[in-house]
Design a protein around this ligand. Structure first.
Ligand SMILES: Nc1ncnc2c1ncn2[C@@H]1O[C@H](COP(=O)(O)OP(=O)(O)OP(=O)(O)O)[C@@H](O)[C@H]1O
Ligand SMILES: O=P(O)(O)OC[C@H]1O[C@](O)(CO)[C@@H](O)[C@@H]1O
Ligand SMILES: [Mg+2]
Length: 319
């Protein structure tokens, strides 16, 4: 029987647990022995690698996060520790790995494959949705729903108090979460790292809107823009004349009950990843695009910047 392992790396997402469950089931269906690697690349180095059974994957489908843990591993960046990881995998005769992670994790696996020939398939899993080559990353839908609920709640109090709210989303240097949330929550202002802005250009229009009866503003801003959220709030107070508050959604965006979409995508990503490895694709990332699922090379994924959809950008409100 052949052995296959799975690990989670980088920021966790809701959808990882459904993926782990499907990994166990689909591996067994294919006559493979599934292994869990606990705590990402750290666990590869520290030999936290154990056989996974149906029992290990039971009762987890509704849980956010990942029951096997995730990590950012400084040690995996060093050759000597990757050698330790390879020895640990060899001792268990594991030469196929599924990696649930982001671009950084795939870059690390690419180096590991080139050095030691451990075959892998990456499953894009990051709330940032910042991976080039795939239009969807596992966990994004759940994160967007968490953000949507938060903004809807904030709107209630913003309206009651006639305030401006600056709501900051995660995303690192990618504005996807902020852009989609702003569109789907009817925000008056959306600021993202990809688009240059000058707040002065909004002043005239916002003041006119207040004169015509607007009582409150919702601004959705992404982490990674040139200003702090508190500075945007000060601008609302000083230039627009509205009392303001800041809500930084932070790690709430990384948790929560996985949505139906993320559960289904978890199943599909995992099946395609295992099929790819069994079909002889030794080093790839399984991507989801308008054409469906496609295997792509690490070069295409990790060495090019993700571009936001121009149609979505076109929907953004202008000043
Ligand atoms: N060049 C590299 N060489 C070896 N390992 C790497 C390299 N780049 C990243 N890694 C490994 O991948 C881990 C995860 O990378 P990173 O923190 O960038 O997260 P990610 O996978 O991009 O996910 P997310 O951005 O969603 O948190 C790093 O902590 C490191 O262990
Ligand atoms: O959980 P940490 O290490 O604080 O990292 C936070 C970062 O991870 C992410 O949640 C996922 O990459 C980013 O949106 C955010 O900038
Ligand atoms: Mg990343």
């Amino acid at each position: 029987m052949k052995n296959i392992a799975i690990l989670c790396s980088g920021g966790d997402v809701s959808g990882m647990n459904p993926a782990l469950k499907q990994f166990v089931e689909y591996s067994l269906q294919n006559g493979l022995t599934p292994y869990f690697v606990y705590d990402g690349f750290e666990g590869l180095i520290d030999n936290k690698i154990e056989i996974a059974t149906h029992k290990d994957a039971a009762g987890i489908i509704n849980r956010g996060g990942t029951i096997i843990g995730s990590a950012r591993s400084k040690r995996f960046m060093q050759k000597e520790f990757r050698e330790v990881a390879k020895k640990n995998l060899d001792a268990l005769s594991i030469d196929m790995l599924l990696v649930l992670g982001g671009d950084g994790s795939f870059r690390g696996m690419d180096i590991f494959y080139k050095e030691h020939g451990i075959k892998f398939c990456g499953i894009p899993s990051t709330i940032d949705n910042d991976i080039n080559g795939t239009e969807y990353c596992l966990g994004v839908d759940t994160a967007l729903n968490v953000i949507k609920d938060s903004i809807d709640n904030i709107r209630d109090t913003a309206a009651s108090f006639s305030r401006a709210f600056v709501i900051e989303t995660m995303g690192r240097n990618c504005g996807y979460l902020a852009l989609v949330s702003a569109l789907c929550s009817g925000a008056e202002l959306c600021l993202i790292p990809e688009i240059e802005y000058d707040l002065k250009e909004y002043e005239k229009s916002f003041k006119e809107q207040i004169k015509s009866g607007r009582k409150y503003f919702i601004a959705v801003v992404s982490e990674g823009i040139k200003e702090e959220s508190s500075e945007i709030a000060e601008w609302f107070e000083e230039k627009i004349g509205l009392e303001s508050r800041v809500t930084i959604l932070g790690h709430t965006q990384r948790g929560g009950n996985p949505t139906i979409y993320d559960r289904l995508m978890a199943y599909k990503f995992v099946n395609h990843a295992i099929d790819g490895l069994l079909g002889g694709r030794d080093e790839s990332v399984i991507c989801y695009t308008k054409k469906g699922f496609e295997y792509k090379s690490i070069d295409e994924i990790a060495n090019k910047k993700y571009e936001l959809d121009s149609e979505l950008l076109g929907y953004l409100k202008k000043f």
